[in-house]
Design a protein around this ligand. Structure first.
Ligand code: ATP
Ligand code: MG
Length: 446
């Protein structure tokens, strides 16, 4: 993308309404624009990151054997009356009436709808196990929408639902979700710690929230410092291997790590004092096993092996896709701007032309831009007639992890400069070498 033809409305001033750094940076970098409280337009740069995050979530869910689909945002109230949640959900639910006077609502989550789909089409235990998911906009009329996309009213969520014949099978589905979430967050450059949580209105005894540690997080958390040293890494996982998935659950959840809702001082006191930590965290996902809580009232039963109808065991599993942009920025920025992890960056590399209009420099930049594209790498080429300082400031603000700087002096020596946004370190090399290096860096993130 050539910046001269792109739409990147960066702001010079720091927006007064934004209280936390991720919100400020998303506004300043021209990623989002508020439309009304807690509702945002995703401008091109923000939209690119949102799509990257979605892509990672899709890939990791499908790797785990979960099946993508798409349900509507608007739901009939009748389904929620059947489950008993229509009244229970309270004022967070946006209720709408259509022209036929039917009660509708903008879905805050989809347990009812997916269970309805299930009961309409699945009748035998032979069709199990089954896990369906979608990535769809949700609406919750939050009392205090704030912090930009972190606590929106309209927000994008991945929500997945497993249907199993037995509790054991459903717990395996739970474990698969835990593993696939660990992988997803790590690919986004994040450490998200699974912590024992509270079921809330969705209900259930087995539930973990995934928290990214950050001072601006809304949750208070307590944990054993050892959990912060765990990482999934690039180990292979067979999602059909029940013992393997269970082993990973145990590895990541056996140490103390809880949100304030489930925090227990007496149990925490058993952690050696030097390892006890209390901190704040951002909830970026949650997994639940809730048994037959929805399948019973909604009549989602299958014919079991003995021919008798049994209600299915279910769980639901959510990732806060749009909130993740804020969480990643909270975890990865400096005073100049955002520092995108390679896994989610909107463009792989930025090209800065130090002397726009100079024939040799322009043509070197064009060549570089084409060579990167030929390798399947996306570049944002700053081809504006601007001072070098202004170009660097824009690149630093929008946070592309790698920048290639091209100017007449370097070209005279046959080199361009490759700079890491994270470390600030630069290295001179030929344009071909720079392309090869960037290609290698991203090969590790595919
Ligand atoms: P919270 O406690 O933050 O209100 P929740 O526990 O009600 O969230 P879930 O039902 O578990 O939310 O939804 C799954 C994920 O969706 C959450 O882990 C979070 O990352 C994201 N999410 C929930 N509410 C919002 C919101 N208002 N804005 C953005 N993301 C949200
Ligand atoms: Mg939650």
């Amino acid at each position: 993308m050539r910046l001269s033809r792109y739409f990147l409305p960066v702001l010079k001033e720091t927006p007064a309404e934004a209280q936390i750094v991720s919100h400020r940076l998303m506004l300043r970098a021209g990623m989002i624009k508020q439309s009304s409280a807690g509702i945002y337009s995703w401008l091109p740069l923000g939209y690119r990151v949102l799509r990257r995050i979605e892509q990672i979530v899709h890939e990791e869910q499908q790797r785990a054997g979960h099946i993508p689909m798409l349900m509507p945002t608007l739901q009939p109230a009748d389904l929620w009356k059947e489950s008993g949640r229509y009244d229970a959900y309270g004022p967070e639910m946006l209720r709408i009436r259509d022209r036929q006077d039917r009660d509708m609502l903008y879905g805050p989550t989809n347990e009812e709808m997916i269970t309805d789909i299930f009961r309409s089409h699945v009748s035998s235990y032979k069709d199990l196990p089954l896990t369906l998911y979608h990535i769809q906009w949700k609406f919750r009329d939050e009392m205090r929408p704030r912090f930009g996309v972190m606590r929106g009213r309209e927000f994008l969520m991945k929500d997945g639902y497993n249907f199993d014949l037995t509790k054991e099978d459903a717990l395996h589905a739970y474990n698969r979700h835990l593993v696939s979430y660990l992988r997803s967050y790590e690919r986004m450059g994040l450490q998200a710690i699974p912590m024992r949580a509270d079921g809330g209105p969705i209900g259930g005894d087995y539930t973990h929230e995934f928290l990214v540690l950050a001072e601006t997080g809304e949750s208070e958390v307590f944990y054993d410092a050892e959990v912060a040293d765990l990482s999934f890494g690039d180990r292979d996982i067979d999602y059909d291997d029940v013992a393997d998935c269970q082993g990973i659950l145990e590895e990541f959840t056996s140490r103390y790590a809880r949100t304030d809702e489930t925090h227990d001082e007496a149990v925490f006191a058993q952690v050696p004092e030097e390892r006890r930590r209390s901190a704040r965290g951002i909830e970026v996902g949650q997994i639940f096993y809730f048994g037959t809580k929805y399948s019973e009232p909604l009549g989602a039963t299958v014919q079991g092996p003995d021919g008798k109808p049994v209600p299915v065991h279910m769980g639901s599993h959510g990732i806060g896709v749009s909130r993740l942009l804020g969480a990643i920025i909270e975890a990865s920025h400096d005073d100049k701007g955002i520092i995108w992890p390679e896994g989610v960056t909107p463009f792989n590399v930025g090209i800065v032309n130090l002397k726009q209009g100079d024939v040799a420099t322009d043509s070197a930049c064009e060549g570089l831009y084409r060579a990167l594209a030929a390798q399947g790498l996306s570049a944002l080429y700053d081809d504006r007639k601007e001072r070098a300082g202004a170009k660097f400031a824009t690149m630093d603000l929008i946070g592309l992890p790698w920048r290639i700087t091209v100017g007449p002096r370097g070209l005279g020596n046959g080199v361009v400069e490759l700079t890491s946004r994270r470390t600030g370190e630069s290295e001179e090399m030929s344009a071909e070498a720079a392309v090869a290096r960037v290609k290698d860096i991203y090969a590790a993130h595919l």
